[in-house]
Design a protein around this ligand. Sequence first.
Ligand SMILES: NC(=O)c1ccc[n+]([C@@H]2O[C@H](COP(=O)([O-])OP(=O)(O)OC[C@H]3O[C@@H](n4cnc5c(N)ncnc54)[C@H](O)[C@@H]3O)[C@@H](O)[C@H]2O)c1
Length: 261
Amino acid sequence: MAKIAVIGSGYVGLGTGVIFADLGNQVVGVDVDAAKVARLQAGECPIFEPGLEELLGRNLAAGRLSFTGDYAEAVPGADFVFICVGTPAGPHGGADMRYVREAARAIGRHLAPGRRTIVVNKSTMPIGSGDLVGALVGECAPPGAGWAVVSNPEFLREGSAVQDMLHPDRVVLGSADRAAAAAVAELYKPFGAPLVLTDLRTAEMIKYASNAFLATKISFINEVAGICEALGADVRQVALGMGLDGRIGPQFLRAGIGFGG
Ligand SMILES: NC(=O)c1ccc[n+]([C@@H]2O[C@H](COP(=O)([O-])OP(=O)(O)OC[C@H]3O[C@@H](n4cnc5c(N)ncnc54)[C@H](O)[C@@H]3O)[C@@H](O)[C@H]2O)c1
């Protein structure tokens, strides 16, 4: 079983941590929010996601999962370090990469010489970020430390995070280092999901293209809803009639608000 550090204990990091711990891996979650670390360590879930608190409690009790604010307790002994920090939209819509940069530098500083660590980017990051993370880790890593970067975008939805992570439609892994990507694939093997093994930038692009397509579907049906209202048609039945077409599909055709991730 693998030793895993998960940087960031939000929706993505906490979900990733509890699920890999439940599979028998040894997981340490790292977060800069001391209050969140204390709550998690006490078995208290800071977010509501069906099934999450139970998984948290079970794996804390089994000693397979712990939380800390200190990278030194998590990174030096890890085989895999997942970056799951936030990348919120900045004022012009671009991703704010400051937390990723901080995490990458801190990971680099705490890599152990003579050991090879696989850094896995799970945060949603612009195309090219895998190279940036690799460079920042390299700037801070001690002599003799080895590392590889793998992009592994996350597709969970808030509200069904645990189910989405336990039953992914696909697992996307991109890296210049195929052995590193294959090692991450082994972690995901128990889920039995289709695997897309590719290069870093293609993996990053798969996430952005998927998000853009889903946003297009929602925006499209919202436009159609406006036209339906003006013309006296029922958008729900329009969506039903469209969604039964196998080429279109029913998902993300409900008029309403919002998309994210
Ligand atoms: N929430 C979703 O539905 C979803 C789905 C897919 C992908 N994503 C992506 O995953 C990433 C994480 O999203 P989230 O919703 O889990 O974010 P979140 O804001 O819920 O959690 C991020 C956590 O990272 C911690 N953090 C920030 N800087 C840190 C650092 N330097 N070291 C350690 N911890 C640090 C924060 O304290 C916070 O607890 C984002 O890039 C997001 O776009 C989110």
